[in-house]
Design a protein around this ligand. Sequence first.
Ligand SMILES: CC(C)(COP(=O)(O)OP(=O)(O)OC[C@H]1O[C@@H](n2cnc3c(N)ncnc32)[C@H](O)[C@@H]1OP(=O)(O)O)[C@@H](O)C(=O)NCCC(=O)NCCS
Length: 358
Amino acid sequence: MQYADITGWGKYTPPAILTNDDLATVIDTSDEWITSRTGIKERRISHINTAQMSTLAAKQALARAGVDAADIDLIIVATCTPDTLVPNTASRVQQLLGSNDAVCFDISAACTGFIYALQNATAQIRTGMASKALVIGAERMSWFLNWNNRDTAVLFGDGAGAMVLEASDVECGLLNAKLGCNSNSRDILKISNFGTDMDRYENPPKGLKIDFAGPEIFKHAVRGMGAATENVLTQAGLKVSDVDLLVPHQANVRIIETLQKQLKLTDEQVMVNINKYGNTSAATVAIAFCEAVEQGRVKPGANIISAAFGAGLTWGATYIKWGERVTPINDYVQTETECSQTALELLDIAIKGCQNEA
Ligand SMILES: CC(C)(COP(=O)(O)OP(=O)(O)OC[C@H]1O[C@@H](n2cnc3c(N)ncnc32)[C@H](O)[C@@H]1OP(=O)(O)O)[C@@H](O)C(=O)NCCC(=O)NCCS
């Protein structure tokens, strides 16, 4: 049996920054409330769609892996904000990259999507069904947000992260996982009336909104990520002191701190970047992983745990043993990313549309 070494890491974080103070000009909120309740200071608003963000993150990951896009035989995009439902986002990424013939599909598991995708790609490589895979988490959450609803509008942001996985004889990559879903709690986090549930002709829905029971989700998140992490540590025969880095889903810094306390991890053992990006759903873990490598926080052979939760309620944790290489083979400079508009300018039509619906 082969292993699935992680040989490339990339991210795309859109240039337009929406600060808490910017938000306070359009919603009844404040920097003080958002920072103290969530740890978020700013988030990115994308001027390009999910497939384009995915492609830019993927190009960087491919360059760092020294892998040609044409040699990729599997592309999985974890997203709940696809450009189109049919065809899927992964096929557009294949087209933009030129990875002809690669198997392409999207995974819809909300914020747990990236680790669901990573587990799936790893399993395919380990069983010989794929040899070089691109695993991407990408979201344009700003498209879904209701700018009249301060409960959710302040939490989310846009972005993408990617990894290249390659078959290897060395024991590394994702070695253990514990994933699951608590469907009894499907209703506490959902986007209603979007999909075949919606009344297409008689009474089409006017606006989209994220139905959300914040404090309930908070409790589920801590319980779900904590239990999955302990399960994965047991499977791997590791103690908490063996963990070099925890890369958790970035939904709320208080959730991360509670998990950190529960597992008795030091600040050095926990990757946090929610302050810069907010919750980018399926992209948070991928972006945080990428930044951890860029910042030198991932050493050769490091023991890394990643944990996430999201709508479904999906949850999970993975144990990754990093391979030998922590430096890029090549680098890729994202030149096609300029945006002449500010975040508030990009959102102007959406904000006015929500205000008209109110
Ligand atoms: C959403 C969340 C940040 C709210 O934090 P909280 O401490 O639970 O806050 P509460 O929901 O108790 O709200 C406290 C008060 O702040 C108010 N409030 C909510 N959003 C606000 C905002 N953006 N600005 C100012 N006040 C706000 C509420 O109206 C409430 O007011 P009230 O006490 O007068 O009724 C927190 O519950 C959370 O992070 N939940 C999980 C995150 C999540 O589900 N992410 C998506 C899935 S991955």
